[in-house]
Design a protein around this ligand. Structure first.
Ligand code: HEM
Length: 421
């Protein structure tokens, strides 16, 4: 059952299986390994013994796993062989039903990719971000000032979801009172339907995404009728590469921006508090010297790796590290593994908030698709931690976190915390 929290003995047994299981039976993309946080030793063994690994059978069909840091960078930069195209299945281990595929620039190859990316890039320039920072700080302060003292609450819901949703509402100039719809649509876009999922069936999932499309179509029409403004919707409605997008492409890009800006930052906000609570000596260091936020923020993004992987599809046969990848094969680049590769990162299993080179990580990807929103993500995390450190001496994690059932979005569903009265 996805909802249960296992005993320590069960979790140890799951981790121990990584040592005894034959490599050909490895299926590191199994979401259950992520929900139970037991996937680490599987990737450790793959990096050591079979860094480019083929899984014949899984709930997502057959796939290759690329697990070493430098190998991931090589696949990321070889666009002529490794495609992101949605028509081939897109960028996640799970193929989307061909009838339901929506295009967005994350799942496009050159040259179309560059033209659409360029349209939203002005949103993320330093000058534009400076303007956004004031708004983000004001809202973060309000959110933190309203937190309960001396009683348990869920950090994910009260802080991580609320603040990332507010940021998105500002980015899209989305109706404020409806902003939690953005959270819901983001969750729906990435959920796996099933008895324990957010929706039971793919039909239900599609119905909600259609509602999302209808809502945004209304906003889109409003923006077209208005002079260009600096929100993302207006930029797309007036941009030369995006204004004539068909409905599928329009919804695809919207969902990309909603999911891109929502799940990832949300889960890093939750992961940052959990990481500090698991490493009290680092929490002390940060409280004593808030200037360390400069390196703390990228370190926590590495530590959390909020997107565990991105996927590509081979456009031709290709021999890689002695393995024969065939045209049409699915190739999964496990950032979560590359970020613990000791050949690239010193002491990768240590959480060190004053690392010498904290930006050596793969959490934002690499190459032409490298996250376009990364400065915004870092900015938001920085602001929230500046405001937290000003207000609270300590925030205690007081229960087990509940993790997301997904091997794509690596995150927390619940994190019970308490702030001293
Ligand atoms: C691309 C991670 C925050 C929007 C990506 C990619 C990764 C990533 C791994 C690369 C995809 C690939 O190579 O196929 C993250 C993480 C974030 C974050 C870890 C936070 C900690 C954001 C934010 C936004 C955003 C705040 C916008 C509001 C995008 C977009 C792309 C992208 C639009 C597609 C870029 C392209 O294809 O050229 N992100 N992201 N992301 N991200 Fe982020």
């Amino acid at each position: 059952m996805h909802g249960t929290i296992e005993s320590a003995a069960t979790l140890d047994a799951l981790r121990a299986r990584a040592t005894s299981l034959p490599l050909e039976q490895f299926d590191p993309g199994d979401p259950e390994l992520f929900r139970t946080d037991t996937f680490w030793p599987y990737f450790d063994r793959l990096r050591r013994e079979d860094p480019v690994h083929y899984c014949k059978n899984s709930m997502f069909g057959p796939y290759w796993s690329v697990t070493r840091y430098n190998d991931i960078m090589e696949i990321e930069t070889n666009h002529s062989v490794f495609s992101s195209a949605s028509s081939l299945g897109g960028i996640t281990i799970r193929d989307i039903d061909p009838d339901l595929r929506r295009e967005s620039f994350i799942s496009m190859d050159p040259p179309r990719h560059a033209a659409q990316r360029k349209t939203v890039a002005p949103m993320f320039t330093p000058t534009h971000l400076d303007n956004l920072a004031l708004n983000i700080r004001k809202r973060s302060a309000e959110c933190l000032d309203n937190l309960p003292r001396g009683e348990m609450f869920d950090w994910v819901d009260r802080v991580s979801i609320e603040l990332t949703t507010q940021m998105l509402a500002v980015l899209f100039d989305f109706p404020w009172e409806d902003r939690r719809k953005l959270t819901r649509w983001s969750d729906i876009a990435t959920t796996i339907p099933g008895p324990d999922g957010l929706v039971a069936t793919e039909d239900e999932r599609q119905a909600e995404l259609t509602e999302c499309a209808a809502y945004f179509s209304r906003l889109w029409k409003e923006r077209i009728a208005q002079p260009p403004k600096s929100d993302l919707l207006s930029m797309m409605a007036h941009g030369t590469a995006t204004r004539d997008m068909d409905a599928k492409n329009f919804l695809g890009n919207l969902i990309l921006l909603i999911v891109g800006g929502n799940d990832t930052t949300r889960n890093t906000m939750s992961g940052s508090l959990l990481a500090l609570s698991q490493h009290p000596e680092q929490y002390r260091k940060l409280r004593q010297n808030p200037d360390l936020l400069d390196s703390f923020v990228p370190e926590v993004i590495r530590w959390q790796t909020p997107l565990a992987h991105m996927r590509r599809t081979a456009l031709s046969d290709f021999e890689f590290r002695g393995k024969q990848i065939k045209k049409g094969d699915k190739v999964v680049m496990w950032y979560v593994s590359g970020n613990r590769d000791e050949a690239a990162i010193e002491k990768p299993y240590d959480f060190i908030i004053d690392r010498a080179r904290p930006r050596t990580h793969l959490s934002f990807g690499f190459g032409i698709h490298r996250c376009v929103g990364l400065r915004l993500a870092e900015l938001q995390l920085r602001i929230i931690w500046e405001e937290i450190l000003k207000r609270f001496d300590h925030i205690d994690v007081v229960g087990e976190p509940k993790r997301v059932y997904s091997s794509f979005v690596k995150g927390l569903e619940e994190l019970p915390v308490k702030i001293a009265a």
